[in-house]
Design a protein around this ligand. Structure first.
Ligand SMILES: *[C@@H]1O[C@H](CO)[C@@H](O)[C@H](O)[C@H]1NC(C)=O
Ligand SMILES: *[C@@H]1O[C@H](CO)[C@@H](O)[C@H](O)[C@H]1NC(C)=O
Length: 475
């Protein structure tokens, strides 16, 4: 830090004097630090609002922009940020005094393409945090921020590959969109999604959790219908991902698409049934799954659960996991009249055919395998590309069957009853398989006489591997 160097006083006296007085120091820097502390508390912010202090700080900020004093610029942005935290008087004053323009000029004054040193990063970060706080003031504030910075300034900032700026950028964008249909529509356009794609590119390289980005992605993908366009804009791999051992991969399997799918999976874990899913989203995931099964090597001996180190397998696994969560939520929809509508669309688009096909192509679980006489044991087994694959496929089928009579019938018509029965076994690699298998068979039989008769027939014939019809304890 160079703050030992004597600072030139880069502002006229009518601005400096109130800073010294309210900041309780004749050292400018110290005065600013003191004010930053004061503005951390609601009382301090309110007091400074009541004496109309914010315009002085804004004026001071303008002076630092024109003199390129980055250190004082950082301090003044930090002070403004604190002043505008949850204090409507300051937020209003900031908009009235055209503070958004001041921040935009501060961003313009630094060139972050060529130089993203610490100071530049701090200016961007505090500037964005300030704008995020200002958005809390309401629709007018959100619009003021958005229309001044979208798309050019946001694009420039999104190009900085830094964790420190990318998550706050997500925060500002989220706060601008939250509750505003107009702004959301713009974000879902080509330019808007390009900005989000850039943020995802950064995030998929810095392996840290990015909460605001996750919130933004949930909104865009799960609730709005932007999932597919965003996904597709992430399919052109960046320079860093040209990885040689990605044999049999496809352009839909990039570091970024894997990141997007895995972060959406996490959202389901976290928000569960609070999500308001769109049908487009569900159908898009199915499209991706249909495409990725063509490029995954099913003879690959599974090394681990998800994530594996192979993008195509992860894209496959996360797509199946998303479908499982989608079907789970749809089948347990609180609004009874709507439950099953997404499952119906998925089934009509070939979900069951695909999943049953996948299960058929796998060798049966090892226990069943042992009970069937083998002609040739030296053949390579198809056991699925990752540990847990079989269970995940069975789980999707189980949720589709839940309370859905025509899906029960369809399984029978596709001659897949025995196939499902065979999944109800203990598998040494996957303890949950049995649980999901039993749940699937239960859902297959409940209230369906024809299915029950077929299974009874199999019992009489003494077929192996029939499950008990106990209710499983389910997660
Ligand atoms: C989005 O806006 C709503 C309503 O104004 C608010 O209650 C909610 O906290 C906001 N969400 C976030 C994450 O800030
Ligand atoms: C069994 O495997 C051996 C060697 O791998 C092969 O030569 C033979 O043709 C196979 N037999 C059958 C019935 O597949």
């Amino acid at each position: 830090m160079e703050n030992k160097a004597p600072l030139k006083f880069e502002a006229p006296e009518h601005i400096l004097v109130p800073l010294f007085v309210s900041g309780n120091s004749v050292n400018l820097e110290q005065a600013l630090e003191n004010l930053i502390e004061t503005a951390k508390t609601p009382d301090g912010r309110l007091h400074l609002a009541s004496v109309k202090f914010l315009p002085i700080v804004l004026e001071f900020t303008r002076c630092q922009i024109s003199s390129s004093n980055h250190h004082l610029l950082i301090l003044s942005l930090k002070l403004l940020r604190n002043l505008c935290a949850a204090e409507i008087l300051n937020q209003n004053c900031f908009i009235e005094e055209d503070g958004v323009d001041v921040v935009a000029r501060a961003f313009d004054s630094i060139s972050f393409k060529t130089n993203s040193g610490d100071k530049v990063i701090e200016i961007v970060r505090f500037g964005l945090e300030l704008l995020g706080n200002v958005c809390g003031g309401g629709e007018e504030h959100q619009a003021a921020v958005w229309f001044r910075l979208f798309p050019v300034v946001f694009e420039d900032i999104a190009g900085i590959r830094e964790k420190k700026t990318s998550d706050v950028l997500s925060m500002v964008i989220y706060n601008c969109c939250n509750g505003s249909k107009d702004i959301m529509r713009q974000l879902c356009g080509v330019q808007g999604l390009q900005i989000v794609a850039e943020i995802v590119r950064t995030a998929s390289r810095v392996v840290l959790r990015e909460d605001w980005l996750f919130l933004l992605l949930d909104k865009l993908c799960l609730e709005e219908s932007c999932f597919l366009p965003l996904f597709l804009s992430l399919t052109t791999p960046g320079d860093l991902e040209k990885n040689d051992h990605l044999k049999g991969t496809d352009e839909i399997c990039t570091l970024e698409t894997e990141f997007l799918l895995s972060s959406l999976c996490e959202s389901f874990d976290e928000y569960g049934n609070k999500l308001n899913l769109s049908k487009e989203f569900a159908l898009s995931v199915l499209r991706i799954l249909k495409r990725v099964v063509k490029v995954v090597d099913f003879f690959w001996k599974p090394q681990s659960e998800l994530p594996t180190s192979i993008l195509a397998i992860d894209v496959l696994g996360y797509s199946i996991n998303l479908l499982r969560n989608i079907c789970k939520q749809d089948s347990l929809n609180i609004r009874i009249e709507e439950s099953g509508t997404i499952i119906n669309s998925l089934v009509a688009s070939g979900l069951l055919d695909l999943l049953i096909g996948l299960l058929r192509e796998l060798d049966p679980p090892s226990i069943i395998k042992k009970s069937i006489p083998q002609e040739n044991t030296s053949m390579q087994l198809r056991v699925g590309p990752y540990i847990g694959f079989r269970r995940d496929v069975v789980a999707v089928i189980a949720y589709c069957l839940h309370g859905m009579e025509h899906v029960q019938d369809e399984i029978r018509q596709k001659d897949a009853i025995l196939l499902l029965l065979q999944q109800c076994v203990t598998d040494e690699d996957d303890e949950l398989l049995r649980k999901y298998g039993i749940w699937a068979v239960r859902n297959l039989l409940v209230g369906n006489k024809e299915n029950q008769e077929i299974v009874a027939e199999m019992v009489i014939q003494g077929l192996d591997a029939l499950p008990s019809n106990r209710e499983p304890e389910l997660v």
